[in-house]
Design a protein around this ligand. Sequence first.
Ligand SMILES: [Zn+2]
Length: 535
Amino acid sequence: MSFYSRNMPGFVFSALFMVLLAAPGLELMAQDKDEPEAVLGVVFSEGRRTVDVDLSRADDKSSEFYITAYDLARIFKATKYWKPGARKLVLRIGSKDYLFTIDTRVVVVNGEPVLMRVPARYVDGAVMIPLEFVGGVLSRESAERIELDGDNLVLTIGTPEYNVTGLRFEKVNGRTSAVLTLTDELLYHVDTDTPGLLRLKIYGGRLNTLKMSAVDGKGLFRRVRAEQTEYDAYLFFQVEQSASGFRVEFTDPEEGDHEQNLVIYLEKGELPEIPDADFAGRKMVEIFEPGSMAERGFEIEKIMIDPGHGGTDGGRVSSSGVQEKDINLDIARELKGMLVERLGVEVLMTREDDQFLTLTERGEIANIEEADIFISIHCNGWFHPEAGGFETYFLAPARTEEERRQAREENSAVELEDAEMDPEKLEELDFIIWDMVQNEFIAESSELAETVQKELAEVLTIRNRGVKQAGFKVLRGINMPAILIEVAFLSNRSEEKLLQDQSFQSSVCAGIVEAVRKFSSGKIAADAGAPGTGY
Ligand SMILES: [Zn+2]
């Protein structure tokens, strides 16, 4: 079901989804259909494409799309009244009532009949409303701004608050640049893993994908495609093969200018100037095909592995009774062995056995030992048994008001630590509070997270849920780059089996080890100021 198959970061959205799940009949739509005929992306006023909704056609010949009344109610927070005998449905959206009668084209708006092109339908136990109702009648009647892009199937509700507001390409003296306008100096990450493609991820970025994707390329930039996920924005730049390198940086805003410019310079031949990599995320440099990226020993010498939960805190528990704390410890033990064996680094663990540790203690151990990186191992879980995959979190401050609010709520839960431990609540504490001390490590943590996620994708066949930025609850006061890996879902039956499988655990560890190797080598290249990955 598409609702869950998006990049849903575990329980980060649990508050939101609890509400949705509490609504009866959530699973009504889409589940009984194998393949949706089309998907409608819904963008809410905060600018995120947060919901994807399956659409269907009344019959094969029809060019009209239908949306279930259930989804409609969910999107517009409507109250719905269904009178089965009369085959009538009332949706109360805002202050208005919309009365549909099955198999008729009439919708009665607060007593006034309006005609639609096609009738409402009743299919497989679901009331189907023509999508044209949304773009037409509802858009006219609603106090809120409602815009339906019928060609691209994107529904925008309210006026989106984008923080990535503009994109233009400039060409000066053989150097092409892409200039992005941002309202904030957001953290970003660039990679060029696919030849000819430059992928820019903007953490917490919110943009108008249609507008951005429509910008024509220029010079070495051939074209651009924008994507929006719940948390982050992505820009995929197709670049000419003759491009030899790029540089990314925030340029200082003009006097009195409130917007930030994030500029990607693309050049043929040698880059004339390679600024030092800046770990605060302001600059990144990369020369394509670095060639001389030979490994020269290791920057990272000591690693702290944190097997999540332990003792009275079992963590998540699968339906068959497998406890997360045990899986975490198994994986951590093997990871330790593999790191020592393959990289020759010193590896410590916050707990070596089934022992209870507060979240603060875990961070303290890492700090006292002065480890170079901190890797917390956890298993995920979700209400929906089909949710699955692996994801890696790094820490960053809450940025949006929504994130701040959630952070405040989650942070209050951490007080539990000192009180009676409630295992139920502890589940929410995979992430510990954001703390300022992590600030200087954000860029490195994000880099480590990206590298781990990429390497895990090489070795795991379960779903890649991507790198997530946890704006709250994470690893308080850890004085080093820190990440948290949710290896797989204990709530998913097949992944529960995998999590107990020796070869799966080994694959996970191998992926992490490879990522640490690359992260460490990259650090050296950057620290030496040598051409290479500038992070
Ligand atoms: Zn956990």
